[in-house]
Design a protein around this ligand. Sequence first.
Ligand code: DAT
Ligand code: MG
Length: 138
Amino acid sequence: MATEETLVLVKPDGVARGLTGAILARIEAKGYALVDLRLVEPDRERLERHYAEHEGKPFYEPLLEFMMSGPSVAIRLAGNRVIEGFRSLAGTTDPTTAAPGTIRGDLGRDWGLKVQQNLVHGSDSTESAARELEIWFG
Ligand code: DAT
Ligand code: MG
């Protein structure tokens, strides 16, 4: 048993489409614990820190614009191997090809090139989780 914490974001498309509850239901059904949760409208500086690893990539600017288009729900989530487990629950990055049964596969829309509108973010490692939890929760 390795209890750990991760940062989950319900991104602006998830909040705008009214899917926050549906996404939280999946998270809770899995048995993960909500440690903290808040509605956030991040400024550019916070998003630049959050997405630092993607700076310079073609999708970076559209991604930041999208993330500033409306509020996100930030969640501090705890559970056994929750970092890996939540990413499994979320599904692969592009909702078009994410597996059925996952959040992105079941609820994500086929937006074509707008891959950034994939409903959720989840930290990808213990280092990322610590860094991102600091950015969103201080
Ligand atoms: P993930 O969110 O699955 O960890 P990532 O960290 O590689 O994916 O990328 C961060 C976000 O950037 C992702 O959720 C959506 C967007 N993105 C990634 N690759 C993209 C691409 N090829 N085109 C457009 N947006 C992309
Ligand atoms: Mg990522």
